[in-house]
Design a protein around this ligand. Structure first.
Ligand code: SAH
Length: 381
């Protein structure tokens, strides 16, 4: 059984992009699984295949292999091995063990939270392989949870559920990050429990000092906790009251004080501006406003609006730490948006740092979708 692609599909795989969409697939098996991809008689790749999905072919290897399943699972073993140095240095930390396409593991994410693994599969062919995935993870963790409740699974025709694959999964885990610790709700938290991609950008905050800091889109106090080490007053804003309750619990656990405000960020920023409030630092870590290409224009305006409002709240010499996790808002668009916000507010933005994803969220230059996180540290003059 094999998958046959047309010339356009072949061009994508030959350029080492991992995806071929339905329109470029000439024929394929009736059921989902792992299959070789051919262009005529030429083998191009081994791929995860789902005849029900518009994203039909997701390559995981560009060379032949006798046993595709074994080859795919070897990619997982390799991905885990690449993290072992970091895990050894910080076993109580949080790391991504498998970053989907970025690790040649399309549709599979595995996050590590202080000795507990959370797996999320969003490509059909993984479903039958979850016992083997757990088997590979066992030597490194005390439990493995399947957090298979991501919306993306519906588009693949997969059911939504959360269940342990192995071991005793605790209700909550304490994760160490830089000089703070935070609680993770493995079964119920957003994503797989936390936003590990901002780990190094959050710990960067520990080197900053000042009077007042504002953490907008704070979730469970992600940036706020680190800021509370160096700022006298820290305000964390989120629309989720539940997340903010965790933020307060996190602050208590660290012996730190933060204020939490449950509000829509757009409204709250406007209210602060009206009240003439000023800050030494503002963090903006919004959710992906652009989930697809078609939302880009509206999303661009939303990103610009929050950044404009944050800039207006900053004192002369204050710092804006601003992020976007939407792949569609590319790096040039992100910095272009910030430049427009700078011009419109008549403030100068000096780049202190341009950052992105940490090592455990690898980017493949051939597959631009793997690059999504932008993070800028800017001095506002
Ligand atoms: N900075 C966090 C992660 C933020 S994720 C960390 O480092 O851990 C984005 C957050 O934005 C989520 O917690 C979500 O609840 C919140 N959110 C989404 N839309 C919002 C809105 N309009 N106003 C305020 N918060 C919002």
């Amino acid at each position: 059984m094999r998958i046959l692609v047309n010339e356009r599909g072949a061009e994508r795989l030959l350029s080492r992009h991992l995806w071929v969409f339905a329109r470029d697939v000439v024929s394929g098996p009736e059921a989902p699984g792992l299959f070789p991809v051919y262009w005529g008689r030429r083998l191009l790749a081994l791929a995860l295949y789902n005849p029900q999905s518009a994203l039909r072919v997701r390559a995981f290897r560009f060379r032949p292999a006798e046993d595709p399943e074994k080859a795919l699972l070897e990619n997982l073993q390799r991905a885990v091995s690449r993290r072992l140095g970091a895990l050894g240095r910080e076993p109580e930390g949080g790391f991504r063990l498998a970053h989907a396409e970025g690790d040649f593991l399309p549709g599979l994410v595995v996050d590590y939270y202080a000795g507990h693994a959370v797996v999320q599969a969003t490509a059909y062919a993984w479903e039958a392989l979850l016992p083997q995935v757990a088997e590979i993870l066992k030597p490194y963790v005390k439990s493995v949870l399947a957090r298979n409740d991501a919306k993306a699974r519906e588009m693949e025709g997969l059911p939504l559920y959360v269940r342990p694959l192995w071991g005793e999964v605790p209700e909550r885990v304490t994760v160490k990050e830089g000089r703070v610790r935070y609680l993770v709700d493995l079964k119920g938290g957003q994503k797989t429990g936390a936003f590990l991609d901002q780990r190094e950008n959050r710990t960067l905050m520990e080197s900053l000092r000042g009077e007042r800091a504002l953490d907008v889109f704070s979730y469970a106090g992600g940036f706020a906790l680190h800021l509370a080490l160096g700022f006298k007053e820290v305000v964390a804003v989120d629309s989720s009251g539940e997340a903010l309750a965790w933020a307060q619990e996190n602050a208590r656990m660290n012996g730190l004080a933060i204020q939490t405000v449950e509000a829509n960020a757009f409204d709250y920023l406007r209210a602060l501006e009206k009240a003439g409030e000023r800050f030494d630092l503002v963090v903006l870590d919004p959710p992906a406003f652009a989930k697809g290409k078609k939302d880009l224009e509206r999303a661009y305006r939303a990103y610009k609006e929050v950044n404009l409002r944050a800039i207006r709240l900053l004192k002369e010499g204050g710092v804006l730490a601003t992020a976007s996790c939407s792949h569609y808002l590319t790096e040039p668009l992100f910095y272009g948006m910030l430049a427009e916000a700078a011009k419109d507010t008549h403030r100068v933005l000096r780049v202190l740092e341009r950052r992105g994803q940490p090592f455990d969220h690898p980017v493949l230059l051939n597959h631009p979708e793997t690059h999504y996180l932008k993070f800028a540290l800017l001095e506002v003059l």
